[in-house]
Design a protein around this ligand. Structure first.
Ligand SMILES: O=C(O)[C@@H](CO)OP(=O)(O)O
Length: 259
């Protein structure tokens, strides 16, 4: 048996401003730092001690892992990072305000881009300042592997090789593995773990900064479908807030805001 801890990064500056983020490397907000600290406290309270941590290549996930592990005095554990844990690439929507996008294109199109399983947003152009094609951290990747946009099905496809090749071997050692990543890369992982259908994954949201713990059997399948949030009440409220993004704040901010 092994334990898998999934932790979505704390609130980012662009989460707070209600902007589509994707592969843009924005930092945590002050609230996001507090959420990461609370995530560490929750791990301590539950007596969960990760043996290894996996993160994406984006600083909001890296800093969340560091803050949470620091609280638990576990900054020293081995760490592995991969672009395969990155947030879903949001294509040409990166940097756009969610509420404005919904107003401009309508609720149906907005939700198709945001949550449909297999329809990606329009691709970002390579010369767009918010494109990642010239980002140093992806320099060793063949250009065709760097996304210009992704739907959740694309994220499942690029995440699963990392699950099988990097995370499962750590779980097979019988330890506790923490994966600190993003709303949509964790939705992709949960879809795989819980066998969520393409239809039902549309309604699944992951809150920031609250550890979600899965006990896994010898085949790395969950003993309990859906796992357990370490603070279920806070998770429930935060899941509703993620669901409602686009419907509320910052309607007057400029769309296509640059970093
Ligand atoms: O903007 C993003 O990259 C993601 C996560 O913050 O947003 P959403 O929840 O709308 O997919």
């Amino acid at each position: 048996m092994a334990t898998l801890v999934l932790l979505r990064h704390g609130e980012s500056v662009w989460n707070a401003e209600n902007l589509f983020t994707g592969w843009v490397d924005v930092d945590l907000s002050a609230k996001g730092e507090s959420e990461a600290t609370r995530g560490g406290d929750l791990l301590l309270d539950a007596d969960i001690t990760p043996d290894v941590v996996h993160t994406s290549l984006l600083k909001r996930a890296i800093r969340t892992a560091n803050i949470a592990l620091d609280v638990a005095d576990l900054l020293w554990i081995p760490v592995r990072r991969s672009w395969r844990l990155n947030e879903r690439h949001y294509g040409a929507l990166q940097g756009k305000n969610k509420a404005q996008t919904r107003d401009e294109y309508g609720e149906d199109q907005f939700m198709v881009w945001r949550r449909s399983y297999d329809t990606p947003p329009p691709p970002i152009k390579d010369d767009d300042p918010l494109s990642q094609v010239n980002d140093l951290r992806y320099a060793s990747l063949p250009s065709e592997l760097i996304p210009r946009t992704e739907c959740l099905a694309d994220v499942v496809d690029r995440l699963l090789p990392y699950w099988y090749d990097a995370i499962v071997p750590d779980l097979a050692n019988g330890g506790t593995v923490m994966v600190t990543a993003h709303g949509n890369s964790l939705r992709a992982l949960v879809k795989h773990l819980d066998g969520v259908s393409d239809e039902d994954i549309v309604g699944l949201n992951i809150p920031t900064g609250i550890p979600l713990v899965y006990e896994l059997d010898d085949d790395f399948a969950p003993l309990k479908r859906g796992g357990e949030y370490l603070d279920p009440a806070a998770a429930k409220a935060a899941i509703e807030a993620v669901k409602n993004q686009g419907a509320n704040k910052n309607k007057n901010q400029g769309a296509n805001k640059k970093k």
